[in-house]
Every structure is written in C-alpha cells, then in structure tokens.
Design a protein around this ligand. Structure first.
Ligand code: C5P
Length: 289
C-alpha cells in the first residue's frame, strides 16, 4: 500500500450542452459531451498515524471552509461507506480557477475517491467509484472516467467516446465568476417567460458549439458577449469554440499549437482583463504522479 499519493485532477470543457428539461428533483436533464483538458489541480493524500479524522489543507483564497470543500466531503463519504477508521491528511493546490465552469471541484472530488480507493487497496471499479461520486456532484461521475464522454441524465450517465484529435486548447477566463445554480435558475426564468433568447443564437457559425446555458450566463454577465464576439471573429480557426458548462470560461480548439498561439496573441490585444491559458486535451480525469 502506498503511504502517500499525489494526484493530478484535470479540468473539463463542455463540447456543446443541451438542457432537455427540468426534473421533479429541481435538477435538469442534460445531454453534453465532456472533455478533460491538461489544466489541473494537485492533491496529496496521506494516512495520519494514530489519529482519526480528516485534515484538509487548502488555499486560503477558496470561498468555502475546508469542511465544505468537495475534497473533504468526498473523503468523509468514502471513509463512511467503507468503515475506514484511519485518519487522513489531504492537501490541495489549485490550478483550475474556481466558479469558471471548468469542473475543478468535481474533479478534485473524483480524484479523492480514486486516490483513497488506491491508498486503502479497496479495488472498487470505475462504475462503483462513479456511483459514489454522483452523491457529491453532477459532474463527479464524468471525472472518474475522463477523456471524451457523452454525459446524460443529471450527469450520472457517462459513456466513453473515441478520443478527439490532439487539439490545442485556448481557455479564456473573464474576471467574473458565475454560480452554476444561479445560471440554471436564470435558464428556467428565460424559458418560463417564453423568452426565445434561450435558443441558439449563432446558427450562422457552425464552429460555435451550442450551449443552452449560454443565454442565461449572458443575461447574468452581459460583458461575456465581448468574449463570444472575439472568438467568433477569429480566422481561419478555431475548429470549434464555446462556453464551458455554466461559464464564464470560454474555450477554443485549434488543430496546431502554432495556430493556437497566433489566436492567443490576437485575443490578448483585445481582451486585456482576461486570463488566457494554453493547454491540451487529456484522455483521463485524474492521474497518479
Ligand atoms: O450537482 P452540482 O452540485 O454540481 O450542481 C450545482 C447546481 O447546478 C445544482 O444545485 C443545480 O441547481 C444545478 N444543476 C442542475 N442540473 C444538473 C446539474 C446541475 O440544475 N444536471
């Protein structure tokens, strides 16, 4: 049994997202393709000799106390489920921006479950880990699988798809943050009012991947339209671009690193307040290092 485990927890983007309806439990029925990317957080898990309980060291800037962090909740759930008495020390280093639509918290939770499975030699399979993950958040089952997946239901139906070509990814991080719950609430309001703005507005740009949450995100943060327009104007690539999840992060896929770097330079001139990140696709949700 390893005594200490280091894990990379990768971020995701949504390569299109359809909201098919509202469920009786308040969640929404989705159909989306999720893709893990190279941007990641880092976790370290270590049993604590002679002491029970979970100790989580997390960056000070995080908006939630350690006990509410999905990492802590994942560890508590895992230990309860498997009647583990051992104490744990966990440290979390963030590379994925919080509240951006890149799935950082869910990925951390999935990596924690997979890490504890390995640390304690329980040999749970992917489906068992994903089932446990669904109790923590809608995106957690996807991160247990990682790579390119069709995700349906609330997020619990995950089907692995063949990997995409080796695209280079440009991420645009506007300085605002959006709450996923609030974006879904706004989606309901727009739809309930019979407001047609929730339908796809960019049919003339087939490279623009449809995300049904985009009009709701734009209603909450109208400044996001500038980013959408800057991406729509890029030539000759990206091959595809869109809003990730409930936003506000945007992404664009390029066939080569050179084309991505040229676009990055152009975007940097125009969107000075945004953080721009160059990364790639990855075929896994987490990785032991
Ligand atoms: O499951 P998770 O905690 O990540 O979801 C955050 C919020 O996003 C939920 O409280 C819910 O408002 C919304 N959501 C939804 N339908 C989904 C996933 C998330 O309405 N399929």
């Amino acid at each position: 049994m390893p005594t200490r485990l280091r894990i990379r927890a990768y971020a995701k983007v949504n390569l299109g997202l359809r909201v098919l309806g509202r469920r009786p439990d308040g969640y929404h029925e989705l159909q989306t393709i999720m893709q893990t990317i190279g941007l990641h957080d880092e976790l370290e898990l270590e049993p604590r000799e002679g002491r029970g309980g979970i100790e989580l060291e997390q960056p000070r800037a995080l908006p939630v106390p350690a006990e509410e962090n999905l990492v802590y909740r994942a560890a508590r759930l895992f230990c309860r489920e498997h009647s583990l008495q051992a104490g744990l020390r966990i440290s979390l280093k963030k590379g994925i921006p919080v509240g951006a639509g890149l799935g950082g918290g869910s990925s951390d939770a999935a990596a924690t479950l997979a890490g504890l499975n390995r640390l304690f030699g329980l040999n749970l399979n992917v489906d068992e880990l994903a089932r446990l993950g669904a109790h923590l958040g809608s995106d957690v089952p996807f991160f247990i699988h990682g790579g390119t997946c069709l995700v349906e239901g609330r997020g619990e139906w995950v089907k692995r798809l063949p990997p995409l070509p080796r695209y280079t990814v440009v991420l645009i991080l506007p300085p605002c943050r959006l709450s996923t719950a609030e974006v879904y609430r706004r989606f309901d309001v727009l739809q309930g009012k019979g407001d047609r703005t929730y339908t796809y507005t960019f049919v003339e740009h087939p490279r623009h991947l449809r995300n049904d949450l985009e009009p709701a995100a734009l209603a909450l943060a109208p400044e996001l339209a500038r980013y959408r327009d800057a991406l729509a104007a890029l030539q000759p690539e990206p091959r595809a671009w869109g809003l990730s999840g409930s936003g506000p992060a945007w992404f664009a896929l390029f066939s080569t690193a050179e084309k991505a770097e040229a676009a990055l330079d152009a975007l940097r001139q125009e969107l000075r307040e945004a953080e721009l990140i160059l990364t790639g696709l990855t075929d896994r949700g987490y990785e032991f290092i």
